[in-house]
Design a protein around this ligand. Sequence first.
Ligand code: 0X9
Ligand code: ZN
Length: 298
Amino acid sequence: GHRMEWTTYHQLADIYGYLDFLAETYPDLCSVQTIGHSIEGRPLKVLRISNGKLNAPAIWIDGGIHAREWISPASVTYIIEYLVENSERLETDYYILPVVNPDGYDYTFTVDRLWRKNRRKAGYAGCSGVDLNRNFGYKWGGKGTSKDICKDTYAGSKPFSEPESDAIRNFFEISSANFKAFLTFHSYGQYILYPWGYDNRLPPDYVDLDKVGREAATAMKKAGGSVYTVGNSATTLYPASGGSDDWAKALPKLKYTYTIELRDTGKYGFLLPARFIIVTAKEALAAVQIITEACKTV
Ligand code: 0X9
Ligand code: ZN
C-alpha cells in the first residue's frame, strides 16, 4: 500500500493501494474488507474506520457507482484521509466503498471517459452495461429507467441482477453495524437529494432530512464556496427508481439517506479539472461532518 494526494485523479489500483496502506499503517483503526466482486472480477473494497467504541452509530459512504463521475471517488478518498487523521475523538463508525463500479471506472481511464454503467456484456455486440443506480430492489423498474441494454439508464434484468449492487445488499444483511446514514456521492449539479427518488413522494420524516440537508448545504458553502440545492430527489432532479438511496431509506432504522451531486453545475460537468478536487472534497467532507452530528441524536 501507499499514501495518496489529491492533485490528480487516481486509477483504481492507486485507490486500492491507499486503502491497503491505511489498513497496514493503522490496524487499530482501519480495516479493509472485500464485500464481493464486480462482474469482471475486481474486488469491491470497503474501508471500515472505527476505534472500537461499542454501539457506535455507523455511516455508510460510497462513491463511483457511475464510472465517469471521477470527483466522487476522489472526494470520498479525501474524506477517508481526514477521518483517519482526525480519529482521536471519533464516535462514529464509517464503512466506505470509494468505487462501487470498479470495472466502469477502469474503463473510463482506458477506453471511454464518459462511460456510466457497469461492464456487463450484452448478448450481442455494441451495447453493454447496467446502470447500477437503477438496479437496487426498491421500486425497481419504474420511472426513469430503461429496459434497453443500450441505454444509459438500463435497470438490469431483475433487481440486484448485478454483483456490485448485490454485494452492497448482502453486506447490509450480514453487517451488525448500527447504520443511521447512507451517503452516496455522484456528480454533477451541486445537489443534496433525499428520498424518494422513484416518484414525487416524501418519506414521513422528510422534515428532518430537509433540515439536516440544509445545514449540510450551509456548511458546504462555508467550506468551499459552492451553492448546493437541497430537496427531494424526484422533484428537485427527476424521478428515477431502483436507486441505492431509496433502497437504503427503506431499510429499518436507517434515517439519513442522501445522494450528493458534487461540483460543478455544468461548465465542465463530468470533466471537472483536477485542480478542483480538493475544494470540492472539502465541501463533501463538510456535509459528512454535519450528517455525522445528526446521527448522534437519532
Ligand atoms: O440519475 C442518477 O442516478 C443520479 N444522478 S446522476 O447524474 N449522477 O446520474 C441521481 C439519483 C437520485 N436518486 C434517485 N433517483 N433514487
Ligand atoms: Zn451519478
